[in-house]
Write a protein that binds this ligand. Structure first.
Ligand SMILES: Nc1nc2c(ncn2[C@@H]2O[C@H](COP(=O)(O)OP(=O)(O)OP(=O)(O)O)[C@@H](O)[C@H]2O)c(=O)[nH]1
Ligand SMILES: [Mg+2]
Length: 188
């Protein structure tokens, strides 16, 4: 079993909470009304039978659904502490507005924390009827980070499988680092 901490970040109303509830199967919190997230909320769930370094394993996910409101920036150090990965969510119909904000979030959540691009995923969230932009984000920060589309009103299998693929990759890195630390202790 591997435990990972993932952060879901992005501009306000880009659908992070909606997406987090879907990924955690926590539909009791969902509805069409908008309830801004205060600071962050933590969802815990496991992903079973996924490939972790060529072994089938269970991964315990701690998913931090982070508010897009800058008034909570003071909470970011606590949120960022020991995170293993960052999921960037933006609204596909507001790509110009959101792209600039994502660049700033990338600096704070990835570069300044010493995380690698391989620990990140970009999600273009298509909310409601207007699918909006579904190509790649402009800007160089995200050039090497995989970008996927999510449409919870249509194909939910796709985003679930994209998410599981990402979890498998991050869990693989975490488990490898743990095994290396164990080997270092015994000096082999
Ligand atoms: N139809 C539809 N509506 C959505 C979807 N995702 C979000 N919404 C609506 O968009 C609004 C904002 O969604 P949230 O998930 O709360 O946004 P957020 O990114 O968590 O916003 P903050 O917590 O303020 O940062 C809510 O009214 C949701 O019901 C979606 O996939 N489809
Ligand atoms: Mg929210």
């Amino acid at each position: 079993m591997v435990k990972i901490k993932l952060l879901l970040v992005g501009p306000v109303q880009s659908g992070k909470t909606h997406l987090a509830n879907f990924l955690a199967d926590a539909f009791e919190f969902s509805g069409d009304e908008y309830w801004p997230t205060k600071g962050a909320r933590i969802l815990e769930f496991d992903v079973r039978d996924i490939n972790v370094n060529n072994r089938k394993d269970k991964v315990d996910v701690e998913l931090w659904d982070v508010s897009g409101d800058r008034q909570y920036e003071g909470c970011w150090p606590a949120i960022q502490h020991e995170a293993n990965g960052v999921l960037f969510v933006y609204s596909a119909s507001r790509v110009e507005r959101d792209a600039r904000e994502l660049e700033a979030l990338y600096t704070s959540f990835v570069q300044q924390q010493g995380l690698r691009d391989s620990q990140c995923l970009v999600i273009a969230h298509q909310q409601g009827a207007d699918p909006g932009h579904a190509g790649k984000l402009p800007g160089s920060s995200f050039a090497t980070i995989p970008q996927v589309d999510a449409n919870l009103d249509a194909n939910t299998n796709q985003i679930r499988s994209d998410f599981n693929g990402y979890v498998s990759q991050v869990a693989g890195m975490v488990s490898e680092a743990r095994e290396k630390a164990e080997r270092d202790i015994v000096g082999k």
